[in-house]
Write a protein that binds this ligand. Sequence first.
Ligand code: ADP
Ligand code: MG
Ligand code: MG
Length: 259
Amino acid sequence: MATLEIRDLHVSVVTEDEPKEILRGVNLTINAGETHAIMGPNGSGKSTLAYALAGHPKYQVTSGSVTMDGVDMLELSVDERARAGLFLAMQYPVEVPGVSMSNFLRTAVTAVRGEAPPIRKWVKEMKGAMSELDIDPAFGERNVNEGFSGGEKKRHEILQLGLLAPKIAVLDETDSGLDVDALRVVSEGVNRYKSASTQTGEGVGVLLITHYTRILRYISPDFVHVFAAGRIVESGGPELADELEANGYERFTGAGATA
Ligand code: ADP
Ligand code: MG
Ligand code: MG
């Protein structure tokens, strides 16, 4: 059973001046089969957490630890983290000019599975996964993220999620820029992968990072954490998201907040 453990994580962003501390002691444990939502105001450091987990060079871990089943993730390269079963969908996925989606995904799947899927099997697998997400078959021939709309980028992320079959998935602002239909398709994709992973064994652990509560109507979290000023300031069940929906983040950021 996969467990991701984040312990007293401190992260600074490297800027032109001096490094600025953004994460100030994040503690979080995600077990197989659990869905955790991190919610917080803009600028509180949510994406910084995702980037630090992804190993982005601009985000420097100054202390604390991130382990998966006891293995130090911070010592691993970006590829090694993916092979270990950690999946990170980024808020702003990068463009890869000159590389088709189909080739990009096959390379990613090869890296994670340790062997290249046979081409005919692969084409079938990819087409099946694409049709489940209402993705146009022509998508496979387009360059990675080049000229993709916000919704297409998000569908691409969830397509990757299903094909890479990670143990722990970190989804940053998967809901941003989606209209209601796209949000439903993307959420159904996440839920389909959640239940598929449960059937084949341990169940994926999901960390859903979001500013808005609306995606939580489609993907129900087991735990909700409020993020403010670089750390988790409160944790609870789904009812905490309802409270945030009603009252916003003021209790956590205004005068008297504990952050
Ligand atoms: P959130 O995702 O919660 O909106 P971010 O993690 O994007 O928050 O940002 C947290 C803080 O870190 C902000 O003050 C932001 O300006 C700063 N920050 C994040 N990334 C960078 C960067 N690459 N360069 C400079 N500042 C950054
Ligand atoms: Mg600390
Ligand atoms: Mg963000």
